[in-house]
Design a protein around this ligand. Structure first.
Ligand SMILES: Cc1ncc(COP(=O)(O)O)c(C=O)c1O
Length: 436
């Protein structure tokens, strides 16, 4: 039996949703076996205390980041973004009248790289730098970490190479911090990666290896290259716990911002958070952190392009073995380059089967259209991937209402990248939005 028949059989219970997935139509899949959050974490092979550890490590490194990136004014080395309320008018349009309260968690404007991937990528490089510095005695347990910005540290790091496979934004995040510390950095990029993203990396002094193939092949290329050399670290976007926990720390920042906004969060007044999903690490880490704080009072919704719903098909199939979007006759071709991933991380899928409320798929046209609307009406500069939450919101809320689920009293759309798009690239995206 070929894998296609096999997977098709395994997926029968999901019925109509998977027919829509196969047909490349936008759809919403609700997790049929979501446990109560109180019992979910016992089923997951990732420690909740990893979130607190990541928060502490980010704090430890803040003085170093402030020293390395003096241009990131006012951040004091904190890699976080604002929570922006949307006007009631825009909120009503986005939610099709089902909610008056909506916020944007503005990671499109995250310090350093303007993308959520910095939360994981920068974090993992910091962990590697810390390990090397401790191992060589450069820092003792109580030392101030800004010593890692000195020439002594740079010459230590210059003997090491960091490798990563990426569609663009993870590579950039690893490149920015890796080069700032003095590491050699090698980024393997998929055919979806935009030329300007490659050029930007080369300008940082990063070695860019181009693959005429998809994201999974680029990651495999980086893994292979790392296995053939010493003194290196491979940032494994498909399997890294460090990336996962780096992202998860964002949940605490968001929780504090929600409190400041005066938004009540309880099981009677839940919030819904919409997270663009590629391989799954960024949305998975954030969802893990959010569920650990808010329990069932937060609904975590992942959003994927219709051509690349890798997490949806994996969760619908069950996590017994990996499946890919190609098994469903999809081509993984989408303008949302950061989300052009054929196969989800199994590490993340295994955890998310117990935490994610739903996965929504959206068309590329809807992404362009929302990029245009958000720019015109809220002045936000988003890349297509980052607008996917807006395109998903109304479909999720309508589906939830049909199922008799509790509608959230506030929706949060995580915008995951875009503020650093070069002007001419953003013009191209806007031009596409205008012809729709
Ligand atoms: C802008 C943007 N949003 C979301 C994501 C999804 O992150 P992940 O691949 O960890 O699911 C990516 C991934 O590169 C991205 O570039």
């Amino acid at each position: 039996m070929n894998i296609l028949d096999d997977n098709a059989r395994a997926l029968k219970p999901a019925g109509g949703v998977l027919d829509q997935v196969r047909a490349g139509e936008p759809t919403v899949w609700f997790n049929p076996s979501l446990p109560q959050a109180s019992s979910a974490f016992a089923k997951i092979d990732l420690p909740v205390m990893g979130v607190e550890e990541a928060v502490s490590r980010w704090r430890r490194f803040a003085p170093l980041l402030a020293c390395l990136f003096p241009d990131a004014h006012g951040t004091e080395g904190r890699i976080d973004s604002p929570l922006l309320p949307l006007s009631p008018d825009l909120a009503i349009r986005i939610t099709d009248g089902l909610s008056k309260t909506a916020f944007v968690k503005a990671d499109h404007a995250l310090p350093l790289t303007g993308t959520i991937k910095a939360r994981g990528g920068v974090y993992e490089v910091l962990v590697y730098a810390e390990e090397l510095a401790l191992r060589t005695g450069l820092i003792g347990n109580k030392a101030s970490y800004d010593i890692l910005a000195t020439e002594t540290a740079r010459s230590l790091f210059a003997q090491h190479t960091i490798l990563v496979g990426s569609t663009g934004n993870l590579g950039f995040s690893v490149g920015v911090i890796g080069r700032a510390l003095g590491f050699n950095v090698e980024v393997h990029m998929s055919s979806d990666a935009k030329e300007w993203k490659k050029a930007r990396l080369r300008n940082l002094g990063v070695r860019v290896v181009e693959h005429e193939a998809d994201y999974s092949v680029a990651v495999a290329g980086a893994r292979d290259s790392a296995s053939k050399r010493g003194s290196c670290h491979f940032v494994d976007d498909e399997n890294s716990r460090l990336l996962f926990f780096g992202y998860s720390a964002a949940a605490l920042d968001l929780a504090a911002q929600i409190k400041t906004s005066g938004t009540e969060v309880s099981e009677q007044n839940p919030i819904a958070v919409f997270l663009p999903c590629g391989v799954g690490g960024a949305p998975g880490g954030v969802a893990f952190g959010l569920k650990s704080i808010f329990g069932d009072a937060v609904q975590c919704v992942f959003v994927e392009p219709v051509a690349s719903p890798c997490m949806l098909v994996q969760l619908a199939a069950g996590t017994g073995r990996p499946v890919s979007v190609y098994d469903f006759g999809l081509d993984n071709k989408t303008a949302a380059d950061g989300l052009a991933v054929p196969q989800a991380s199994m590490l993340v899928a295994e955890a998310m089967q117990h935490l994610v409320n739903a996965v929504v798929t959206v068309s590329d046209d809807s992404l362009f259209s929302w990029v245009g609307t958000l720019f015109d009406e809220a002045g936000m500069k988003l890349e297509p991937s980052a607008a996917s939450g807006f395109a998903a919101l109304a479909r999720y809320l309508k589906g939830l209402r049909m199922q008799g689920g509790r509608l959230p009293s506030a929706c949060i759309v995580w915008t995951t990248g875009g503020s650093q798009l070069p002007a001419e690239e953003f013009e191209k995206v806007l031009a596409q939005a205008r012809v729709l």
